[in-house]
Write a protein that binds this ligand. Structure first.
Ligand code: NAP
Length: 247
């Protein structure tokens, strides 16, 4: 019997896989049978070791998405058929003080690099005549405004829009494009929020699940969207937020 949730024989590239949500997704993809290439600005030694220790297959490649075109050529001849666009940064400041540098840095990594890396991926998948899956890591700030993070909110709204546009263009060509929108997850990204007791408590009070999320909470949704079980899912943004948006 064929398991529709298996990724045996598939090859995945995860951006920003050395820590946090990307690391958890890389481990989850490998557990489902995929061979995983961890792409980051630092070597993903810890992630590679976690996968290999569990009997899976993983390697690391250095790519700095501060250059939005850094993903060009990354997929050529690699047989990669899954792309997880996870790498992201956040800059916090009041909107009236927000600098062009903080605007450009976040838009370049979180939005522009995501688009051009996905374009490079799709060119390679279409050239090899195969099927592919893209999962973008969106955010609650793909739907809500947030505070003091204007470039992050603009980028994550853009990620939601691009997920739908790319799904429209590629659904009939065999590439599934979807997104996962994590809620408040304990990673480096949310360190400043968790260091502020009042803010941290206010966030916790609104989460129906009664706890912040762990990076591993996100992996299952991302893995699912890459499997044959999700073959008719296109342009979806799956909230994994402990119920935050339902509130
Ligand atoms: P994280 O621990 O800070 O992970 C971000 C990852 O992106 C790291 O691997 C980081 O590498 C990598 N990265 C950043 N800039 C890069 C660059 N120029 N080139 C290559 N890689 C780069 O935070 P996280 O929470 O796991 O974030 C992962 C994704 O989830 C992001 O897109 C974030 O916006 C999204 N997200 C997070 C939350 C949350 O609550 N944590 C909620 C919604 C969405 P370094 O380790 O070298 O910095």
């Amino acid at each position: 019997m064929t398991n529709p949730f298996s990724l045996e024989g598939r090859r995945a590239l995860v951006t920003g896989a050395n820590t946090g949500i990307g690391q958890a997704i890389a481990v989850g993809l490998a557990a489902a049978g995929a061979e995983v290439l961890c792409a980051g600005r630092r070597a993903s030694d810890e992630t590679v070791a976690m996968v290999r220790d569990a009997g899976g297959r993983a390697d690391s490649v250095l790519v700095d998405f501060a250059d939005p075109m850094a993903g060009q050529g990354l997929f050529d001849g690699q047989g990669i058929d899954i792309l997880i666009n996870n790498a992201g940064i956040i800059r916090r400041n009041d909107a009236v003080e927000f600098t062009e540098e903080d605007w450009d840095a976040v838009i370049d990594v979180n939005l522009k690099a995501l688009f051009f890396t996905t374009q490079a991926f799709a060119k390679a998948v279409l050239a090899q005549g195969g099927q592919g899956a893209v999962v973008n890591i969106a955010s609650l700030l793909s739907f809500q405004g947030g505070v003091r993070v204007p470039s992050y909110t603009a980028a994550k709204h853009g990620v939601a829009g691009l997920t739908k546009l790319l799904a429209n263009e590629w659904a009939a060509k065999g590439i599934n494009v979807n997104a996962v929108a994590p809620g408040y997850i304990v990673t480096n990204n949310t360190e400043a929020l968790r260091a502020d007791p009042a803010r941290s408590q206010a966030i916790l009070d609104r989460i129906p699940a009664g706890r912040w999320g762990e990076a591993s909470d996100i992996a299952g949704a991302a893995v699912y969207l890459c499997t044959p079980a999700a073959r008719y899912v296109h342009g979806a943004i799956l909230n994994v937020d402990g119920g935050w948006l339902a509130r």
